[in-house]
Design a protein around this ligand. Structure first.
Ligand code: AMP
Length: 279
């Protein structure tokens, strides 16, 4: 496994691989790898000749009051995990190499970037789309792997790839959870014991919604209210949003008639957690 920090070097290596007709699988991450990331890497390993994992804490997707400074960055541990999974290349660029002085471009996927998490994290998805397009241009992967955990991010990247004629297949992998149901996240390390216990209410509320739908309740607002009541019982919890939306467009659904996505973002203490369930 080789760790590469230069975008130009990474680009050249990937170009050579493509000329050799190697199929390249790409897993973009911000590091602090856990089993959720590993599930993407394993799938990439299974389906491709070459696996590239990027580890880059992308500064332009963090708001001024967000956790950029304290975001975990255990690169040595991450490298060992990648090596164990048979990763060929880690792309670990420096911020200055990705955003040199004079950098001015942003990629905006209109509409779906301003709703849900985008409403509470202005500019976040602009930062995400920009870095992912840059990474796609550097690696030029055949397949890129994203987690359903960040459902809005996956929808935005799919839309961007389609709109901008990017030659890449986007594959979304299921959410990996702890046995307790808590969705794995690099941010879970911020939670203390009480908060970790309270955080289980996210998945519990999603399961409650699923059981209500199974019982025949179709009114989205009614389901959301019941979820809200359950979550609000936890002292440390503060809801940003709960929504029932269309899987692709992320538009709100009033009456559930078929497949949908239930998404939520909840602060547990000072940590913002997201989760979702496909119905
Ligand atoms: P991040 O490092 O948080 O930017 O995440 C990198 C990728 O891993 C994204 O595509 C995430 O959606 C995915 N991911 C993060 N957590 C999980 C999880 N619990 N299960 C599956 N995929 C995940």
């Amino acid at each position: 496994m080789i760790v590469i920090s230069s975008p130009i070097k990474m680009f050249k290596i990937c170009k050579k691989m493509r000329l050799e007709r190697k199929k390249i699988g790409f897993v973009p991450t911000m590091g602090a790898l856990h089993e959720g990331h590993i599930s993407l890497i394993k799938e990439a390993r299974r389906e491709n000749d070459i696996v590239v994992v990027s580890i880059f804490v992308n500064p332009i997707q963090f708001g001024p009051k967000e956790d950029l400074k304290r975001y975990p960055c255990p690169i040595n541990k991450d490298s060992l995990l990648c090596k164990k999974e048979g990763v060929d290349f880690i792309f670990h660029p420096d911020g200055n190499l990705m955003y040199p002085e004079g950098f001015r471009t942003r990629v905006v996927v209109e509409g779906i970037s301003d709703i849900l998490c985008g409403k509470y994290r202005p500019g976040h998805f602009k930062g995400v789309a920009t870095v992912v397009l840059k990474l796609f241009n550097i690696v030029n992967p055949d397949v890129a792997y994203f987690g359903q955990k960040d459902a809005q991010q996956a929808a935005i990247i799919k839309r961007m790839a389609l709109d901008l004629n990017i030659r890449v297949k986007i594959k979304t992998m299921p959410i990996v959870r702890e046995k307790t149901g808590l969705a794995l996240s690099s941010r879970n390390i911020y939670l203390n014991g009480q908060e970790k216990a309270d955080a289980l209410v996210l998945f519990q509320s999603l399961n409650l919604a699923k059981s209500l739908i199974n019982k025949g309740i179709r009114d989205a607002d009614k389901i959301i209210n019941i979820m809200r009541q359950l979550i609000q019982k936890k002292d440390t919890a503060q809801i940003d949003y709960i929504a029932i939306v269309d899987i692709d467009s992320l538009e709100h659904i009033k009456k559930i008639t078929g497949n949908c996505l239930i998404v939520l973002a909840v602060w547990i203490g000072k940590t913002r957690l997201i989760d979702n369930i496909l119905i």
